[in-house]
Design a protein around this ligand. Structure first.
Ligand SMILES: Cc1ncc(COP(=O)(O)O)c(C=O)c1O
Length: 390
């Protein structure tokens, strides 16, 4: 490669990685919220950012309808914002369905994408008017068909999660070698198997995962047609990444891959996605407080009033957030832990943070609107984080 061609190659790299000035909650909102007092950890959300992310997603993939994955942040106000924008919804449980119904969302706008469900949950959802159900085995196919014979079924397939910071393969997804037998079983039962879904893994930084999965889905559609089934749904799942600490492909780059891959699908196939993290993460900052800063041997330990049980579970499993504070001291390695007595409640080891951190200092986790408050429990009696809006 000549020097000139190497220089010419640079813009492609810039296009691949997300160099957009992504919106981020304006820190003055956090300062204002703190002036109003601090009683417990809280997530501060800017609804305008949720709206902007929704519109950017839709613009990047105009043919793809969104079904917001409620699990990412089930706060009713978040759901209402997205419902007003025109989003439909993806659920994992009866409680999520009840939440949507209580907010006036029609069950026909809901896809029940948890591949394994209790019989009673299927019965309840079908009685409320949910028609779309995911499954990933012959056993679940039979279960859904026996409870809701008119359900529209979509098959969750296994797919590569290469380059995803929060892989979701393994627990769910029919292996490709099993798909023909599943199609045969559906055809024999007279079940309306009419769709395919997959999940490339959450915080997926590899756009090619979508290409591979969509190509497999299209092959499965051909096999379904051969057995007299009529494909109607391609559900490309969630996984769209947000800016944390590692480079990510922009949603426009992923959109280019998706748009190319679905270009030859007829209008009879509805294409949907289930973004969770992408729509809500950037909109919020998680604020918590130091309750202990101690030195033991050579180690500095920082204890916060929220840990893995208080909303910050993802940081224990490899998702790194950019922690911020108001201190300006030299950066030194800290082990950061939550307040509970459980020794698994350690968020990160050797996190570089100012050496002058003290009790009562605030710690900020920007871009933490997804899978934080949703994961929180009151383990050990610590309160759930509050959710506030600017
Ligand atoms: C079935 C399903 N759809 C969508 C999502 C949302 O994924 P993400 O938040 O990565 O977009 C998840 C997350 O676990 C999921 O399990």
């Amino acid at each position: 490669m000549t020097m000139q061609s190497a220089l010419n190659a640079q813009p492609e790299i810039d296009q691949y990685f997300d160099t957009h000035p992504d919106p981020r909650l304006d820190f003055t909102h956090v300062q204002r919220a703190l002036q109003a007092g601090y009683a417990r950890p809280f997530l501060l959300i800017d609804p305008e950012i949720i709206r902007a992310k929704y519109r950017r997603f839709r613009a990047a993939m105009p043919r793809v309808h969104t079904h917001y994955a409620v699990k990412a942040n089930p706060d009713p106000r978040v759901v209402e914002i997205l419902a007003k924008e025109g989003s439909d919804f993806e659920i994992a449980s009866t409680a999520e369905l009840d939440l949507l119904v209580s907010l006036g969302v029609k069950p026909s706008r809901v896809q029940y994408s948890n591949p394994v469900k209790a019989r009673a949950s299927i019965e309840y959802a079908a009685s409320k008017g949910v028609v779309w159900f995911a499954f990933d085995s012959i056993e679940e196919l039979r279960k859904i068909h026996s409870v809701a014979p008119h359900a529209k079924l979509y098959l969750r397939i296994d797919t590569p999660n290469i380059g995803s910071d929060w892989p979701l393969s393994g627990k769910f997804g029919a292996k490709l070698r099993e798909v023909d037998a599943i199609i045969d079983a559906a055809a024999e039962l007279g079940a309306d198997l009419c769709g395919v879904t997959f999940h490339v893994g959450s915080q997926c930084r590899n756009a090619e995962n979508w290409r591979v999965a969509i190509d497999n889905a299209k092959r499965i559609f051909c096999n379904m047609r051969l057995k007299g089934l009529v494909p109607k749904l391609l559900n490309i799942g969630g996984g769209f990444p947000v800016r944390l600490t590692k480079p990510i492909p922009s949603v426009e780059v992923i959109g280019t891959v998706v748009n190319e891959s679905i270009a030859d699908l007829g209008d009879d196939i509805r294409v949907v996605a289930e973004p969770g993290r992408y729509l809500v993460s950037d909109s919020a900052c998680f604020v918590c407080r130091v309750i202990g800063a101690s030195r033991r041997g050579d180690e500095r330990w920082l204890y916060l009033d929220a840990g893995m049980f208080g909303g910050l579970l993802e940081s224990t499993q490899g998702l790194q957030f950019e922690l911020e504070s108001d201190r300006k001291g030299a950066l030194v390695p800290w082990h950061v832990a939550g307040p509970t007595c459980d020794s698994v409640d350690v968020l990160m080891k050797d996190q570089m943070l100012p050496e002058d951190l003290r009790d009562d200092d605030f710690i900020y986790f920007p871009n933490a609107g997804a899978y934080t408050t949703a994961y929180a429990s009151t383990f050990n009696g610590f309160p759930l984080p509050d959710v506030r809006f600017v």
